[in-house]
Design a protein around this ligand. Structure first.
Ligand code: PLP
Length: 384
């Protein structure tokens, strides 16, 4: 499978027809346990579903193939995946260095759940290499980056950051949720581990929660697999199956998300009501050149800062009709959010706080002209 192009791998990796019946689609193995042919005589290695389920295995093969990894593990949510990864790599006294605009839930996991267990976390502007070098410590074990970041779509050069992390004896983890492997494959750029909220673009239809860890090589796979088995935050068979089904259309969806977001970014850049347009596909974006190099499209996420300030931004987010006001992202339908009181409410007043005049769009794959008309009308209402 690894010699096939991305779109082909997304459809075929781990998806062989069922050997018993010939079903083109591998079945949903909705079973908690498996019969043994004599004590310890396991069929296909399966015994009890916390340790393994064939539907989950099919998804894990697919996920590893998408990212070009040696192995992948699938979890009940993105944060469950992050938690398993962090707990199995870190020990008390270790330090984590992360970007200053990572997903709020990741920051919360580290600073409120793991900190009492002796893990220290600091944040830094990861695009500033001098600042990164200054913030690394002898006990830094992990450098954690999101690129593009949430919600300000900052871009970090993964290859350069991997070198800096490795020089300091740390591993580089990339949260690849925003780009998806269709647009960016961090392991091929030098990252050691990739995490996903598969809830977003991989699932793609806003109907299932899930997460994944993908491994560049064998270094950490066994200990994270043990954590998954020992703690049990696994993805359920139906959820794994839905995610697999979503992934098959990832390549075409990401093309359309990117095309629509580019059209909206260009429309917004020409409007004086927006003080800033955060989209790496615009040549004016400070990370545009790096993004053009390390991504194969600029994705479906973009943020807008309203010149008229926080009240207008909030009204704008409440005034669209096609764009639905909701948390989350990455589905086929367009969503709008007001980060400072929604997705990023937990980081208000911290170094990760989002400007209050910013709205975030998860641009879906509807007709781009319809989406722009919707934003145009909402803008008129919000700034009247
Ligand atoms: C949503 C999200 C997560 C958390 O994933 P869940 O599936 O909600 O647990 C982590 N990182 C990013 C970038 C996300 O958007």
């Amino acid at each position: 499978m690894s010699d096939h192009a991305f779109a082909t791998r997304a459809i075929h990796a781990g998806q062989d027809p069922d050997p018993m019946t010939g079903s083109i689609i591998p079945p949903i193995h909705q079973s908690s346990t498996h019969v043994q042919d004599g004590v310890g005589g396991l069929r296909g290695g399966y015994e009890y579903n916390r340790s393994g389920n064939p539907t989950r295995s099919a998804l894990e093969v697919q996920l590893a193939a998408l990212e070009g990894g040696a192995k992948a593990l699938s979890f009940a949510s993105g944060l469950a995946a992050e938690d398993a990864l962090l707990r199995s790599i870190l020990k008390p006294g270790d330090h984590v260095l992360m970007g200053n605009d990572v997903y709020g839930g990741t920051y919360r996991l580290l600073t409120r759940v793991l900190a009492p267990w002796g893990i220290e976390t600091t944040t830094v502007e990861l695009s500033d290499l001098e600042a990164v070098r200054g913030a690394l410590r002898p006990e830094t074990r992990i450098v954690w980056v999101e690129t593009p970041s949430n919600p300000l779509l900052k871009i970090v050069d993964i290859t350069v950051l991997a070198e800096v992390a490795h020089e300091a004896g740390a591993v580089l983890v990339v949260d690849n949720t925003f780009a998806s492997p269709a647009l960016q494959q961090p392991l091929s750029l030098g990252a050691d581990l990739v995490v996903h909220s598969t809830t977003k673009y991989l699932g793609g239809h806003s109907d299932v929660l899930g997460g994944a860890v993908v491994f560049a090589d064998d270094r950490f796979a066994e200990q994270v697999a043990f954590q998954q088995f020992a703690v049990g935050a696994v993805s359920a068979p139906l959820d794994a199956w839905l995610t697999t089904r979503g992934i098959k259309t990832l390549a075409v969806r990401m093309r359309q998300h990117s095309e629509n977001a580019q059209a909206i970014a260009e429309w917004a850049a020409a409007r004086s009501e927006f003080e800033s347009v955060f989209y790496p596909g615009l040549a004016t974006h400070p990370g545009h050149e790096i993004a053009a190099r390390q991504m194969r499209g600029f994705g479906g996420m973009l943020s807008l800062a309203l010149a008229a300030g926080p009240d207008a931004a909030r009204r704008f987010a409440e005034s669209t009709s096609l764009f639905l006001l909701a948390e989350s992202l990455g589905g086929v339908e367009s969503l709008i959010g007001y980060p400072s009181e929604m997705t990023h409410a937990s980081v208000r007043g911290t170094a990760l706080a989002v400007p209050e005049n910013v709205v975030r769009l998860s641009v879906g794959i509807e007709d781009a002209a319809d989406l722009i008309a919707d934003l145009d009308e909402a803008l008129a209402r919000a700034t009247a």
